[in-house]
Design a protein around this ligand. Structure first.
Ligand SMILES: Nc1ncnc2c1ncn2[C@@H]1O[C@H](COP(=O)(O)OP(=O)(O)OP(=O)(O)O)[C@@H](O)[C@H]1O
Ligand SMILES: [Mg+2]
Length: 236
């Protein structure tokens, strides 16, 4: 096995419901992602993208198969070990920002910093995220793009090995989406975290090292991108 492989998913299956109502959502997905890769995951609505991300994040159990993250099969972990895995290894960015409304921008980021053994400095992060001037504001006093930056800050401050992003620009306008993508590109370069980005925006494939596509619970595309385009040059 190559020691570059950071994430190895093997024959992963997941279904919901039982009997006649049983719905097979992931039908044996296998994939290898290298350390530091920006990986994009496409697929029609209902194809299993969020389910896949939730399994990678240890938020839901698989029916069968394995998910090795940095050599550790997270499907075999106890509840307590899963909590530890999420704290140590994982950042999660959602479409809707999941900020704590009663905490300021800085406090929202700081609460997540306390979860990590190896956190990033908050001041520096606030500057990188373009949030320095907004650090004392509450989520309802800043724009959607700024809220998404703050939620990215929450995920990043832990200095995670794996950053899982479910439609990180889904709720944003064109210009703000582009800024967020540029930020994610910079974060990947600076901190080397492996990223899996779920999106409906086809242009993101051009800035990604690795392109995956699910259709009806099966992986139908698994390609490496030879010619990366900087996020600033993407158009859609
Ligand atoms: N907790 C659940 N219980 C039952 N069915 C579920 C559950 N979560 C997802 N599903 C079903 O599993 C299928 C895949 O859902 P999933 O959310 O993974 O799709 P998706 O690819 O993320 O779609 P979208 O692009 O719309 O976000 C869908 O048919 C969905 O209804
Ligand atoms: Mg989804």
């Amino acid at each position: 096995m190559s020691d570059q492989v950071y994430l190895r998913v093997d024959a992963l299956r997941k279904s919901y419901g039982s009997g006649g109502a049983r719905l097979e959502v992931l039908k044996g997905v296998s994939v290898e992602v290298e350390r530091g890769e920006v990986c994009v995951l496409f697929g029609p609505s209902g194809s299993g993208k969020s389910t896949f991300l939730n399994l990678l994040g240890g938020l839901e159990p698989a029916d069968s198969g394995s998910i090795a993250v940095a050599g550790q099969d997270i499907c075999q972990l106890s509840g307590r070990q899963l909590v530890e895995y999420r704290r140590r290894e994982l950042g999660f960015i959602f479409q809707f920002y999941n900020l704590v409304p009663d905490l300021t921008v800085r406090e929202n980021i700081e609460v997540c910093r306390q979860l990590s053994k190896n956190p990033l400095p908050v001041d520096e992060l606030l500057h990188s995220l373009g949030l320095w001037d907004h650090r004392g504001k509450f989520p309802n006093q800043i724009s959607g793009g700024q809220q998404q930056r703050c939620s990215i800050g929450r995920a990043l401050v832990k200095n995670p090995g794996l950053l899982l992003c479910d439609e990180p620009t889904g709720a944003l306008d064109y210009k703000t989406s582009k800024e967020i993508l540029e930020l994610m590109e910079e974060v990947n370069r600076k901190f080397g975290c492996t990223m899996v980005i779920v999106t409906h925006n086809d242009a993101i494939r051009h800035m990604s090292h690795h392109i995956l596509r699910l259709r009806d619970g099966e992986l139908v595309e698994d390609e490496r991108n030879e010619h990366l385009v900087p996020a600033s040059e993407l158009e859609w």
